[in-house]
Write a protein of this length. Sequence first.
Length: 99
Amino acid sequence: MKLMNRDTYLSLMLTLTACLLTADLWTRAAANPPLMDAAAMAQAGKAPTRGAGSASTLAYEQRKEMIKVLKELSSEVTRLRGDLKAGAVSVSVKELPSK
């Protein structure tokens, strides 16, 4: 008799979990329909909404900041390369280090 009660409890818990997961899936699908062109939205530079997916917002902002820093670094390297080619940089050794 105890085995029947245990099976009933497990079935009830699995059914409840499946219902909750289905409800979560429906609310996520209603908020962001899966058949829309998500790639075009991502390329538009629009930040995702804050809330349950705030970790993705943080990652988006970090990538955006990294792209900005890399562009600045690239322009600095280009300017340095131009100075080196123009001969504006000179290196002189005043004293050799002793061993």
